[in-house]
Design a protein around this ligand. Structure first.
Ligand SMILES: Cc1cc2nc3c(=O)[nH]c(=O)nc-3n(C[C@H](O)[C@H](O)[C@H](O)COP(=O)(O)OP(=O)(O)OC[C@H]3O[C@@H](n4cnc5c(N)ncnc54)[C@H](O)[C@@H]3O)c2cc1C
Length: 419
């Protein structure tokens, strides 16, 4: 008898779980994902700013698990869970499971602001990043054509909501590109340049990082000319105007939303299984509280049993990777009637790139910044990229783009239905 483990979501948590289950006797694994590829969210902002290619940070699941006899891929979107029948319902059929693992991560949170949901530009998926790239490049083309200075300013202004790592990295990259590339690519614009605004509701940039990282990010972005607005929230966005909580209005055609996430929705589970941010409450083995045979790992879950993280772990790649690996070992133990091990997160640190040659790194034993931090960031971000060819291509793209200040990826490519 084979034990059938269905894993929904092939992000960091899901693929590390499956790698640990591949080749295990008596276990059959089915990965369900709405995309047919794994991708690397920390570098989405570089795709959105046309600095690297989307193929550098994506990898097809079927290729990833080629030759793994007990792993199958099923392309579909989870719609709901039928606990009684031990089945999941997807947009393309039902699947039976003995154990179900939910690893669908998070979705963009617009905090119920409907106008933001329809008009702001999220940065959560490859589609978001490509849409954003097209949007920014198309606005540049429109700005070249208009003779109205207000209209031109509106097209060139960029507002980024969110003072966390994604907002900071995006602002830094956009600032660098506007300094080095746009004048060369768009000579028609002359000295006309838009402003880049970084808006954060906290009183510091990079809130969860060290004081040194917070100060350095502020200093470097300020030097680059980014207009930093802290302690204010984006309240609304209408008629091409971003309205801030202090009453200020910014005229722009581009509001990028890097401001928050909420756990992916799962229908069919009791409301009590949801905690803060919609996260599924799990025990120390990542089993959803009060539910039999269903586990949750990565960003979608909230585990409060780890003594250093009583409010739950931060929603970071390392947490997802470590939970995926441990659950693989635990599921093997469970099928062998052996004891499972409780999860404890090993914090390996956090980092953010701010501008070219400048990053900040917080490690458990200390913090550092500047060029060496930037090199560390590049090194650390290339390791988890799936596939050797992708790593090599990314390294080449980075070297080319950083040295020349002029990557050649600024292409407006829209799917036919978008035209
Ligand atoms: C822009 C950005 C930058 C980030 N930068 C960093 C960083 O620098 N460092 C860091 O540690 N963390 C960073 N993070 C957070 C990190 O990416 C997450 O913590 C990590 O991806 C969580 O892994 P996961 O496997 O839980 O979910 P994800 O990686 O989000 O994977 C979820 C998977 O589930 C699939 N899925 C979702 N819904 C469904 C459904 N209904 N049906 C089927 N499949 C579904 C998705 O296609 C995806 O493959 C960043 C996140 C973003 C968005």
């Amino acid at each position: 008898m084979m034990t059938r483990i269905v894993v929904v979501g092939g992000g960091f948590a899901g693929i590390n779980l499956i790698k640990g289950l591949a080749g295990k006797k008596g276990i059959e694994v089915v990965l369900v994902d709405k995309n047919n590829y794994h991708f690397f969210p920390p570098l989405l902002y570089q795709v959105a700013t046309a600095f690297i290619e989307p193929s550098n940070i994506t990898y097809p699941f079927r290729k990833m698990f080629q030759g793994k006899q007990n792993v199958r891929f099923y392309n579909g979107t989870l719609l709901s869970v039928d606990e009684e029948e031990k089945q999941i319902i997807t947009d393309s059929g039902r699947l039976n499971y003995d154990f179900l693992v939910l690893a669908m991560g998070t979705e963009t949170n617009f905090y119920g602001l409907e106008t933001l949901k329809t008009k702001a530009l999220p940065i959560k998926t490859i589609e978001d990043a490509l849409y954003l790239r097209n949007h920014l490049l198309m606005n540049m083309e429109k700005a070249v054509k208009t003779t109205n200075p207000q209209e031109r300013a509106k097209l060139l202004n960029l507002v980024i909501a969110g003072g966390g790592p994604t907002g900071v990295e995006l602002a830094g990259m956009a600032g660098e590109m506007s300094k080095s590339i746009f004048r060369k690519d768009y000579p028609e614009l002359g000295e006309a340049a838009g402003n880049i605004y970084l808006v954060g509701s906290g009183d510091k940039l990079l809130g969860p990082m060290s004081k040194q990282a917070q100060q350095e990010s502020y200093k470097q972005l300020f030097k680059l000319g980014i207009q930093i607005k802290l302690g204010v929230a984006v309240q609304d966005y209408m008629n091409d105007e971003v309205i801030l909580s202090n009453g200020e209005k910014i005229s722009t055609c581009s509001l990028i939303w890097a401001s928050g996430v909420v756990a992916a929705n799962v229908n069919g589970l009791p409301d009590e299984s949801r905690g803060r941010g919609g996260r599924l409450k799990v025990d120390e083995y990542n089993s959803i509280l009060g539910i039999d045979s269903i586990f949750a790992i990565g960003d979608i879950c909230c585990q409060t049993t780890d003594k250093h993280y009583p409010e739950g772990h931060p929603q970071l790649a390392q947490v997802a990777i470590q939970q995926g690996k441990l659950l693989a070992a635990n599921l093997v133990n469970l099928t062998d009637n052996k004891r499972m091990k409780p999860f404890t997160y090993v914090n390996k640190g956090s980092m953010a790139i701010i501008t070219k040659y400048h990053a900040v790194v917080d490690l458990p034993f200390g913090s550092f910044k500047g060029y060496f931090a930037w090199l560390t960031w590049l090194f650390v971000h290339i390791i988890p990229i799936a596939g050797f060819r992708n790593k090599a291509k990314l390294a080449y793209n980075w070297i080319w783009s950083f040295l020349t200040n002029d990557p050649n990826l600024r292409l407006i490519i829209r799917a036919k239905k978008d035209l």
